[in-house]
Ligand binder design. Structure first.
Ligand code: 5AD
Ligand code: SF4
Length: 470
């Protein structure tokens, strides 16, 4: 697709703004101040989408509530990555039948990755008749128009055509107050890892213009955000579609020039595209946190090939070796899948041995979950769940031991942290993050929230560090 067809024209965005205004007028003519309850499931990309949805709702005159029972509009921004995430959403939808009986005027919206799946849309159409509006991630920017249709026709609206996906700049946004912000630098995914639903529901890879990203980050720094995460399914392919020799390392270098006291992080990276050049740039850019989330998924080459990951155990280890050599003290995390169809115990143990070899600070571990429509879902999968669970428990045991040992190594050290909120723990009332994004619970006063501080680490466990300001 040509670039002009991907960037959504200003006139189309202005039309959406008109719909926002119309909905606002609809409520104010009746003297109503509508309330919305927005619940987001899943990854940070979805959280970022949810903040845009809230931005649009705010522009329509909505305020927000956590209570579905008090809301004029309930919106579930869903995740499709594993079956469990889908079950939770269907559970929630079931509960919302009661809420809607009490408030017949309530509008119920289902959006996000699940909503893009034909199978899900069909089930909602037939069995969840109280859902008024369904739309997928590519239609997000048209939410005002779709919602207007619901209010005007009082009919159910489904917008789930398979769209290539565009880029909409300048959508309103409601960000979390505090120090952390998310910036999508690209959308979609082209990788088609055989287990993964994302490329089917989020469309093809498309990169935002560097200037748009830079403007947004500059604005966030000006507003006082101090921990900014750049988002994409695979940030390492940023710029491939721009065709002008400008890629993720160049973007990082340009962002790093923005003056201010802040950290830049990014996720996720795909090992097939992460390069030594990226690590050199990370090493030299002072704002870029020395933290890397590099999902390896499996430590066995046959399984990696079946997953369509396009790297090997050896090339992954080489990348890590290089990254550590240019960034001593680099904090490393990763995603792992246990029990891919046809995986044997010996192959799963290759994953465990890779975890031991690398020494990750933390891992996000998943048992394989078949996603209808993906290639892996039709592969023979003879190993029983209990067996996979045993391998999984072994992996967790190894990782937990490692996390605890790495954390114990912080004892007595003085580290710089960003205080990001209250912890809810009486003795250590503050929560903070190191540059490597490790959680430190702190003694100290809530007035410190939002500040960078030097702290001394006094204790730790598998999941957190404990400390006090020096
Ligand atoms: N089953 C289990 N885990 C999955 N992931 C993606 N798809 C699946 C699946 N079908 C995991 C991968 C990915 C993370 C976001 O979710 O590890 O990196
Ligand atoms: Fe899914 Fe692979 Fe794309 Fe990540 S890179 S979103 S795992 S297909």
């Amino acid at each position: 697709m040509k670039r002009e067809e991907i960037i959504i024209p200003q006139a189309d965005l202005d039309r959406q703004r008109d719909f926002q205004e119309r909905i606002r007028a609809l409520f104010s003519a009746r003297g109503l101040s509508p309330r919305a309850c927005v619940e987001t499931f899943g990854c940070q990309q979805n959280v970022a989408d949810g903040q845009r949805i809230m931005g649009m709702l705010e522009a329509m005159g909505f305020t927000f509530t956590q209570e579905p029972g008090e809301a004029d509009l309930v919106l579930l921004n869903t995740c499709a990555i594993r079956e469990h995430a889908e079950q939770r959403v269907f559970g929630n939808l079931g509960l919302l039948t009661h809420t809607k009986k009490e408030r017949p005027d309530q509008v119920l919206v289902l959006c996000g990755c699940m909503a893009q799946e034909e199978r899900v849309a069909k089930r909602v159409r037939e069995s969840y008749r109280h859902v008024d509006l369904v739309f997928g991630p590519q239609a997000l920017w048209r939410f005002p128009e779709l919602l207007w249709q619901v209010y005007e026709t009082r009919k159910r609206v489904f917008s789930i055509e398979d769209e290539h996906g565009g880029i909409a700049e300048g959508l309103p946004v409601v960000r979390e107050r505090g120090v952390k912000a998310w910036v999508s630098i690209m959308y979609g995914c082209n990788n088609f890892c055989s287990y993964c639903i994302v490329p089917y529901v989020r469309g093809r890879e498309r990169s935002r213009e560097p200037a748009a990203v830079l403007t947004e980050v500059r604005q966030l720094v000006d507003e006082g955000y101090k921990d900014i995460t750049l988002l994409g399914q695979n940030v390492n392919s940023y710029g491939n579609d721009l065709d002008r020799g400008y890629h993720f390392p160049e973007l990082l270098e340009d962002i790093d020039q923005i003056p201010g006291d802040y950290w830049i992080r990014f996720m996720s990276s795909h090992p097939k595209d992460a390069s030594p050049r990226l690590f050199d740039v990370m090493a030299k850019c002072s704002h870029v946190a020395k933290q890397l989330h590099l999902p390896f998924q499996s430590g066995n080459n046959r399984v990696l090939e079946e997953m369509n990951r396009r790297y090997t155990r050896e090339s992954y280890l080489e990348l890590i070796r290089y990254a550590k050599s240019v960034m001593p003290g680099l904090v490393l995390t990763s995603d792992v899948i246990i029990g891919f169809p046809g995986e044997t115990e010996a192959e799963a143990m290759d994953t465990v041995s890779l975890v031991e070899e690398v020494g990750f600070d933390a891992l996000f571990t998943f048992i394989y979950s078949p996603r209808p429509g993906t290639r892996a879902a039709s592969m023979p999968d003879p190993v029983p769940r209990e067996e996979k669970q045993r391998w999984f428990d072994k992996l967790l045991e190894v990782q937990n031991r490692r996390s605890a040992a790495i954390h114990a190594g912080y004892a007595g050290r003085t580290v710089r942290v960003l205080v990001d909120g209250e912890s809810g723990d009486g003795d250590y009332p503050l929560s903070s993050r190191t540059e490597g994004n490790r959680l430190v619970r702190l003694k100290g006063d809530p007035a410190l929230i939002g500040r960078f501080l030097e702290v001394r680490i006094t204790g730790s466990n598998t999941w957190a560090l404990y400390g006090e300001p020096v």
